[in-house]
Design a protein around this ligand. Structure first.
Ligand code: F6R
Length: 243
């Protein structure tokens, strides 16, 4: 694991965008794994700026998002599809047929999950996967005590995740309790992984990820076994790790 500690959220976002850009520059048809939530928003903004300045071309890029709320239609403003469109895709020259996000309203969820993994496999896996981390150490929506063997599957969200995600909704009762998420096994097949973390609320999860024992109690701890993981974190998220 390589750790890059930067001053603040802005620097974290710039660094992540720089790594993404060089990935796409070196391989035009890169397969990118993408995350939602607050953490990558700054990175998406930076990438949009780079696109506007003609510094990056997404026309051949393919993307796979980590997760989508179960039972939430893509046109719903709370869906991760909506988030991706409005925070990133509609501002860049990506080919919409190259975008992949699990369908939260699929009639046959099992089939949707199998198909999602098949599509990832057909694309030869992610060249670069961006991850955020939950306060409980989740990656994607792989909550504590998940099986490391799982591929894309339907998950029940942890109470801590529901509480944390309530900030995006009018009330906690509106937060979906299930999601379709890439599994740990799917994520680990990525060639390169970048995990982003900002703020004090992530410090404990980062400590457990980097210094803790590898255990399903902290799903992100499995990243210790991946051959190419870079964690970009700001000083607040790094404040429990001493170097
Ligand atoms: C989002 C995802 C989650 C988030 C995590 C952190 O697609 O898979 O694992 O990355 O919950 O969320 P934020 O960035 O909002 O703190």
């Amino acid at each position: 694991m390589e750790l890059i500690v930067v001053k603040d959220y802005e620097e974290m976002s710039k660094k992540a965008a720089a790594i993404m850009s060089s990935q796409v520059l070196l391989k035009k048809d890169s397969v990118l794994g993408l995350a939602t939530g607050d953490t990558p928003l700054g990175m998406y903004k930076e990438l949009i700026n780079k696109y506007k300045k003609n510094e990056i071309d997404f026309s051949k890029v393919k993307t796979f998002n980590l997760d989508e709320y179960y039972g939430v239609d893509r046109n719903n403003s709370q869906s991760y599809y909506f988030y991706m469109m409005n925070n990133f895709f509609k501002y860049i020259n990506i080919d919409m047929s190259n975008i992949n996000i699990p369908d939260g309203t699929a009639q046959n969820v099992e089939k949707e999950c199998i198909n999602y993994d098949r599509k990832i496999k057909e694309a030869d896996g992610m060249d670069l996967q961006i991850l955020g981390i939950g306060v409980n150490g989740h990656i994607g929506f792989n909550e504590p005590n998940v099986s490391f063997e799982a591929q894309t599957h339907l998950v029940s969200l942890d109470d801590k995740t529901i509480k944390s995600n309530a900030r995006f909704f009018n009330s906690i009762d509106e937060v979906p309790v299930k999601a379709i998420s890439m599994g740990i096994k799917t994520i680990l097949q990525s060639k390169k992984i970048i995990l982003l973390a900002s703020g004090e609320s992530k410090a404990k999860a980062i400590y457990n990820t980097v210094k803790g024992k590898i255990s399903p109690e902290t799903p992100a701890s499995i990243l210790q076994l991946h051959q190419d993981v870079t964690i970009i974190l700001d000083e607040k998220a790094a404040n429990l790790i001493s170097f």
